[in-house]
Write a protein that binds this ligand. Structure first.
Ligand SMILES: Nc1ncnc2c1ncn2[C@@H]1O[C@H](COP(=O)(O)OP(=O)(O)OP(=O)(O)O)[C@@H](O)[C@H]1O
Length: 262
C-alpha cells in the first residue's frame, strides 16, 4: 500500500519548546489512522503541521503525490468561532473553494451541492439558520457537510466526536467509512479506544514522541498505553529544543527504542 504522508524525523516546537519530538513514519494512503495519546501529547500540533499551519523545527513532512490543498482539515470545535454572522449554508459552501475559488460567485450548482451535503449529514432544511443557533452536534454535522463539499483525497479530523451523542457519532462514523470506501485517507485524533479499535485499522500512539505506530491491535496494548502515560508525565515542559546531535530516524512501525534526551 502506498504512503499518503511521511514524517521524517519530525520535531515541532512552540517558542523552542519541543511538543512533537523526532517522529518518523508514514500514514498509508486510503487507510484510516487514529492518532491517540494523553492530553498534551502533541496530537493537534501534529495535525496543524500537516496542514501547514506550523513549520517543523527539524525534519520534514512529505506529502506523497499530494499538495497542501488536497488536505481537508477539521480543527477541534472549540477552536472555531461561532459568533460570526454566518448561516449554515455559508459555512458548508466554504468547502467548495477548490471548485469556486475563495471569492467566486456562488453558482446554482454550488448551492445545490451544499443542499445535498446538508441532507447527507441529516441537516436538510437547516441552510438558512445562523450557526450560533445550532447545537454542537448539529454544528459538527454542518462541518462534516463542508468536508463533503471539499471532496479532498485526505481528511484530517481533530477529536471529531468529542461531546457528541451516540446517534450523531454513529452517523458521522458512517461518513468516515464512506470516505474510506472511496479510497480517501482519513487521519483522526481520538480518545475513545473502542471507537479506534472498531473503525481505525492503524494507530499512531503519541506522547510527544512516537510510542508505537502500526496495526491498531498491536499498538493499543496496556503496556504501550502505560508507557505513553508515563512518558507524558515525565516530560520536562520547560526543556529547550532537543540536544540530540545525530537524531536517529526510527524505522517505520517500530518506534519503541528512542528515549528522549535533552
Ligand atoms: N499555540 C501554542 N503555544 C504554545 N504552546 C502550545 C500551543 N498549542 C499547544 N501548546 C502546547 O503544546 C503541547 C501539545 O499540545 P496539543 O494541543 O498538540 O496536544 P494534544 O495531544 O492535542 O492534547 P489534547 O488531547 O489535550 O487535545 C501542550 O503542552 C500545549 O500546552
Amino acid at each position: 500500500m502506498e504512503d499518503a504522508i511521511r514524517l521524517h524525523n519530525l520535531t515541532l516546537t512552540y517558542h523552542r519548546h519541543p511538543v512533537v519530538h523526532h517522529v518518523s513514519g508514514s500514514f498509508r494512503a486510503g487507510e484510516a489512522t487514529a492518532i491517540v495519546g494523553p492530553n498534551g501529547a502533541g496530537k493537534s500540533t501534529l495535525l496543524k503541521a500537516m496542514v501547514g499551519l506550523l513549520t517543523p523545527h527539524e525534519g520534514r513532512i512529505e506529502l506523497c503525490k499530494l499538495r497542501q490543498r488536497d488536505i481537508a482539515y477539521l480543527p477541534q470545535q472549540a477552536a472555531i468561532d461561532r459568533s460570526l454572522p454566518l448561516t449554515v449554508a455559508d459555512v458548508v459552501r466554504l468547502g467548495d473553494w477548490r471548485t469556486s475559488g475563495w471569492f467566486g460567485r456562488v453558482s446554482r450548482q454550488a448551492r445545490a451541492r451544499a443542499d445535498t451535503a446538508l441532507a447527507e449529514v441529516g441537516l436538510a432544511g437547516f441552510g438558512q439558520r445562523p450557526i450560533d443557533e445550532l447545537s454542537s452536534g448539529q454544528f459538527q454535522r454542518a462541518l462534516f457537510a463542508r468536508l463533503l463539499l471539499q471532496d479532498a483525497p485526505i481528511v484530517l479530523l481533530d477529536e471529531p466526536f468529542t461531546a457528541l451523542d451516540h446517534k450523531t457519532t454513529v452517523d458521522l462514523l458512517r461518513l468516515i467509512q464512506r470516505w474510506r470506501s472511496e479510497g480517501r485517507t482519513v487521519i483522526a485524533v481520538l480518545h475513545d479506544f473502542a471507537q479506534v479499535r472498531e473503525h481505525f485499522p492503524h494507530t499512531l500512539l503519541l506522547a510527544k514522541e512516537c510510542i508505537a505506530w502500526g496495526d491498531t491491535a498491536s499498538v493499543l496494548t496496556p503496556e504501550r498505553l502505560r508507557r505513553a502515560n508515563a512518558m507524558e508525565e515525565e516530560w520536562d515542559e520547560t526543556a529547550e529544543v532537543c540536544r540530540r546531535d545525530t537524531a536517529p530516524v526510527a524505522p517505520v512501525h517500530d518506534h519503541s527504542a528512542h528515549p528522549h534526551q535533552h
